[in-house]
Design a protein around this ligand. Sequence first.
Ligand SMILES: Cc1cc2nc3c(=O)[nH]c(=O)nc-3n(C[C@H](O)[C@H](O)[C@H](O)COP(=O)(O)O)c2cc1C
Length: 327
Amino acid sequence: MDLLDRLSLDVPVGQAGMGGGLAGPQLAAAVAAAGGLGTLGLLPARELRDSIAEVRARAPGRAVAVNLLTPFLRRSQISVCIRERIDVAVVAFGGDRDLVEKLRAAGIFVFVMVGTAEQTRRAVSWRADGLIAQGCEAGGHLCGTTEALSFLPQALALADGRPVLLAGGIATADDTRAALATGASGAIAGTRFLLTHESQAHPEYQRRVLAADSTLRTTLFGLGWPAPHRVIPNAATRRWCDADGTAKMAPRIINARSAVLARLPGAASVARIQTPRLPLYSPVAPTVGMPATAVDRAACYAGQTALRMSSVTSAAEALRDLSPEGQ
Ligand SMILES: Cc1cc2nc3c(=O)[nH]c(=O)nc-3n(C[C@H](O)[C@H](O)[C@H](O)COP(=O)(O)O)c2cc1C
């Protein structure tokens, strides 16, 4: 299969769909218009519908992709994707055969994000069209513990000929070329696109990511979704994590018992009452419109590539920087 043709791409590079409003229509459309795979992060159903329309209007003739963050996915959001005939769905952090079948039956190209051999076998048994192999150096939530380029050969061996995109550690054209040379059909970047003018990340969050000299794998921001995630350190992690990122006992207990919260409407509003003093930390990241102080009490997701990045650019420039033909 020629993936570039199938997904109407000029460049084998995609932007990760980052939830909580971080990757909205401005970012997805800018990436798509520049020839990459622009992906909307999961949004409430009505906003998702409008955002899909906006990407179509701003990037005519390009694929519209939506990230389906399954711990927070509702039936209404799946219906919007099907009704609006999106081109690509990325099923992440869960999913099942029914979901994949339903999307495929609607003509949607379905990627499943995987981080272990077991997850890969499962995604293949669901008959996913493609896989995204995520490495543990990635920003945001993590589905495995192996570095991207080490995991990729394993994912390829199990993929049964399906295209595999590599996520994690993609900051430059050389990184993309290394992914392609190892057998990936393309590369996906999150942190690089977080640091663009079109992302909805709070400017102070972007500034902190650029200034960071380390990242942490933690479970601290796990209210409602106690899965590991990679962030840069802030006041909350300094207060509630050990030096290696392990969350202390109090937040761990609270998070382990809070899974039901993810499904409650308004769970995101917990972010507004977060303080570095109280170990109640939801997965919501600081976006434009929040006070700058949110960066010290919310999850500032970023991958290890943060340590190699030096500026906030336009999304088109970021895509050019990652293009295997460039630099
Ligand atoms: C700020 C941020 C938010 C993210 N949100 C999501 C999300 O909502 N859904 C998802 O599947 N992956 C999410 N991810 C993970 C990405 O899919 C991808 O695996 C990761 O960004 C790749 O690593 P990189 O950030 O080093 O490029 C997020 C990553 C970041 C940095």
